[in-house]
Design a binder for this molecule. Structure first.
Ligand code: SAM
Length: 244
């Protein structure tokens, strides 16, 4: 986490169960196991100080893991030749790098509000020579109407939940629904859009958004991705929608 991400840090600390943030793009299951074996971290927390009772810590990641990126570009999305993919809140660039290596998308654009993460992505894009197809924009997605209107695929992995207040999240979703209108364009969300919006608990907002007139869900076959060590529950959080 960047030191400036005070809201996300606070929201993680306020979760009902003790939760640690482990970025799944940077640390795969094997790396976490090794760190646990070396005693550098633990998957457990003490329920009752002084006793030996322990429970599993909850892990969250603010990036897609590499198996999730494989699943996304090989099994969820169709052939992306000639398509513009926009990752809303691109953070470390995991989706952009996954899209570069695992798809034929002609342009992959990341929009990230945090300057620290824009710097990291820009360094990686230059270092690995990805700039022919990847572009990173430092901005709030709400200022990028033309880009969202032109996108063929929009990726939204837990973008706003940890980083914006509910009123701002509603504004951002309204902005997306008003601008992402290209018929047949694809929207990927984690978790499902219904789950995300339900957390905002605002029926007037839900009626204004009119999901059913904007998008339809495309069913996914989660059983096609049977790579060992992949958590099936994390794949089931990935949902695909088509713009009507
Ligand atoms: C959970 S991360 C997703 C990372 C990446 N898309 C992935 O799947 O690996 C969400 C990111 O969205 C960024 N973000 C939040 N609100 C935003 C906004 N309004 N505009 C642009 N980026 C935003 C946050 O700074 C954070 O880095």
């Amino acid at each position: 986490m960047a030191p400036s991400e005070t809201m996300a840090i606070q929201k993680t600390q306020q979760k009902p169960h003790p939760t640690v943030h482990i970025d799944a793009f940077l640390y795969d299951e094997e790396a976490v196991d090794s760190l646990c074996e070396e005693g550098k971290m633990s998957r457990n927390y003490c329920l009752n100080c002084g006793s030996h009772r322990t429970a599993l810590l909850e892990f969250i990641s603010h990036s897609f893991s590499i198996p999730e990126l494989h699943f996304l570009f090989h099994n969820v999305l169709p052939d992306l030749t000639g398509k513009l993919v926009v990752d809303v809140g691109s953070r470390l660039g995991a989706v952009l790098f996954g899209g570069y290596l695992y798809s034929a998308a002609s342009q992959l654009v990341g929009v990230e509000i945090s300057s620290e993460f824009v710097k990291l992505q820009t360094m990686a894009v230059e270092k690995y020579g990805f700039s022919d197809r990847i572009q990173v924009i430092h901005a709030d997605i709400r200022s990028q109407a033309a880009l969202v209107q032109n996108a063929d695929v929009l990726i939204m992995n837990n973008v706003f939940e940890y980083f914006m207040e509910p009123s701002e999240q509603m504004q951002a979703w309204l902005f997306i629904s008003q601008n992402f209108r290209k018929k047949g364009a694809l929207l990927v969300t984690v978790p499902s859009i219904q789950e995300t919006l339900a957390l905002l608990q605002d029926t007037v907002f839900l009626e204004t958004l009119a999901l059913g007139q904007w998008i339809e869900e495309v069913p996914l076959d989660y059983s096609v991705y049977l790579k060992k060590d992949t958590d099936p529950d994390s794949l089931k959080q990935i949902h695909l929608y088509r713009v009507l």
